[in-house]
Design a protein around this ligand. Structure first.
Ligand code: F6P
Length: 609
């Protein structure tokens, strides 16, 4: 356990992995200053990284140190805070506008030192540099990982080039295209086939082509222009398309078909149904001639696409002039800041979208240039490793005290679990430790009245991130009561209760009947991180998303996994295609199924009205 003032006395290990005109060696992580004007950053050839096997974290001396430390640790947040009045200050970090208090975690200075040694031991600084440089660190898909390039400001030096692509030029060209289109829609210059301006934008996409823009659209509702509504159609359940289009006016609806691959069955099915709906509705009003030319004209005015697969977009019938591209080095779950954010850019406007991107970039720079021991995404990622691998946590709660962030946990589920839910490492060998924990959550205070019981008094360790902003979007008063203050009193109270609990003596002192004292004791030492920001602006939202992107990356590097592929989603997709004929009555395909699947399909066929 740390002694009084010990945390303040930590000699934080300094690891300089700054980028800029310096060059960081993949092998050593050392930074060599270069003379003269900045040269474009060039990615390393893929061979270098494919042959770089992950470093087994369990072989790094700090791993054994952490094991021993965990065995000896007697969590005592009450005692630690009492002994060390500087603990909160010492363990509060700032990154951009984010103010993160890590002091209510089950950590001492020894934990933090060992964790940063572990990060150095597995080469985290080198991996960070490799990602920003555009090396092909997505080994199983043989791709660079450059979502960070999507938010590089124009003119940032040194310029970024991978293979023969001028990445900065391409990114900013697409942004200009998006901003121009967003302006046309917002100002009513973009007209539907009958000459009316757009009132509703429907984003058709799933996974990363849905969750990011949908989450950001609700988070930034106060920034959405009057007269523009965005809806999100994702599920192949026909209820989704039916309910999304039910009250829509075809003349004023614009569909954005967002799909990186343009091969996702849910999205293409929904897009075809939406196209049919458009044609049917316009025809029913006598506004569409029944010939292909008229139908194509309607599609051109009411459908645009976001994709990396222009050929497939054209095949679908969407004009490639109305297509917004991105690149294979942007993963779906890392794409809200690419053209996948087009619906958001239309809703909040180019200026706000640019602020959103600037927020990401602020945290990118923090992540890229800050020493490990003061690096917020690194430390939060390492804390997650601490809980998963040394204290046995299986899940992690994310609890926004912001109704606007109600979709944030769902968004994070794809980001974290599709990224780090893996059992093999990037070189194909089995992982050597437990990996990806389950992320889940709901906004406070709703969660308080549902599942917090288990977090406070259950038998499981559930680290939790509490997120809140100081200034509300809607500063309502109830009489003399500032309702946002009342709301945030809950935020402060919950993290306090989780950390410090309530002893049996305290319960007894309230005159509680002895028989129920045990049930009313709160053990405390339930770890939380509190993240606060001044206001939920586009910039702050960008910072928050980016924080979690890099937390996820940090964990993946420690575990040696490729956080950017998602092969685990493929088998179910293939089987759905194979099984579909059986569902629709093909007896031969039905006979090929296992007994359980066969009987379930039979049940469906018998009960389907
Ligand atoms: O099936 C998973 C997945 O590939 C996600 O990674 C992705 O975000 C989603 O499907 C949608 O993919 P696309 O944008 O190519 O339609």
């Amino acid at each position: 356990m740390a002694g009084a003032g010990a945390l303040r006395a930590i000699r934080w290990a300094l690891v300089d992995h700054r980028g800029g005109p310096n060059v960081t060696s993949v092998q050593t992580g050392r930074v060599t200053p270069t003379a003269g004007p900045p040269q474009p950053v060039r990615a390393r050839r893929k061979e270098a990284l494919v042959s770089t096997a992950p470093i087994d974290p369990t072989g790094v001396p700090a791993w054994a140190g952490l094991r021993e430390h965990a065995e000896q640790l007697e969590p005592d947040l009450r005692g630690w805070f009492a002994e060390d009045p500087g603990r909160a200050e010492e363990l509060t970090l700032t990154a951009g506008d984010l103010h993160a208090d890590l002091s209510k975690n089950l950590i001492t200075s020894t934990t933090v030192n060992l964790l940063t040694e572990l990060a150095e031991g597995v080469g985290l600084p080198e991996r960070i540099a490799a990602m920003f440089r555009g090396d092909r660190i997505n080994v199983t898909e043989d791709r660079a990982v450059l979502h960070t390039a999507l938010r590089r400001p124009a003119g940032m030096q040194p310029a970024l080039q991978i293979d023969d692509q001028d990445v900065d030029a391409d990114v900013h060209h697409t942004l200009e295209q998006m901003y121009d289109f967003a302006d046309q829609v917002r100002t009513g210059r973009w007209r539907g086939v009958t000459g009316k301006p757009v009132a509703t934008v429907v984003n058709i996409g799933i996974g990363g082509s849905d969750l990011g823009p949908a989450m950001a659209y609700s988070a930034l509702a106060p920034y959405v222009a009057d007269g523009i509504e965005v809806r999100f159609l994702s599920n192949i359940d026909p209820a989704d398309v039916a309910e999304t289009t039910a009250d829509l006016d075809p003349e004023t609806t614009l569909f954005i078909v967002a799909s990186k691959t343009f091969g996702t069955i849910e999205t293409l099915t929904n897009a075809r149904m939406a196209r049919q709906w458009l044609w049917d509705e316009l025809s029913a009003r006598g506004q569409l001639a029944s010939n292909n030319r008229a139908r194509n004209r309607a599609v051109a005015k009411h459908f645009v696409a976001v994709s990396t697969a222009l050929d497939r977009v054209a095949e679908f019938g969407i004009d490639t002039d109305n297509t917004f591209g991105f690149w294979d080095w942007v993963g779906g779950r890392y794409s809200v800041d690419s053209a996948v954010g087009l619906s958001l850019a239309i809703a909040i406007g180019p200026g706000n979208f640019a602020d959103f991107l600037a927020g990401f970039h602020t945290i990118d720079e923090h992540f890229r240039t800050t020493e490990l021991s003061r690096n917020l995404p690194v430390l939060m990622g390492l804390l997650n490793v601490w809980y998963v691998n040394f204290l046995g946590a299986e899940s992690h709660a994310v609890l926004p005290y912001s109704q606007s962030l109600h979709r944030f946990p769902a968004y994070l589920q794809q980001l974290t679990m599709e990224s780090n839910g893996k059992s093999v490492r990037w070189d194909g060998t089995p992982v050597t430790t437990a990996t990806g924990e389950v992320f889940w959550g709901e906004p406070g205070t709703n969660g308080q009245h549902a599942f917090y019981q288990l977090i406070h008094q259950g038998t499981r360790l559930i680290p939790a991130d509490f997120i809140a902003v100081a200034t509300p979007a809607h500063p309502w008063q109830e009489g003399d009561v500032d309702v946002h203050s009342l709301f945030l009193a809950n935020f402060f109270a919950q993290t306090k209760a989780l950390a410090f609990g309530k002893t049996a003596e305290e319960v007894r002192a309230e005159g509680t009947d002895e028989a129920v004292v045990p049930a009313r004791v709160f053990p405390g030492n339930r770890p939380t991180t509190s993240i606060m920001a001044p206001v939920l602006s586009p910039g702050v939202l960008g910072q928050l998303i980016c924080l979690y992107e890099h937390i996820t990356f940090t964990q993946g590097v420690i575990w040696g996994i490729d956080s950017f592929d998602q092969w685990g989603v493929e088998l179910g997709k293939d089987l759905a295609t194979q099984i579909e004929p059986a569902v629709n009555g093909d007896e031969e395909v039905l006979a090929d199924q296992d007994a359980s699947t066969r009987s379930l399909i039979r049940y469906y066929r018998e009960h389907r009205l």
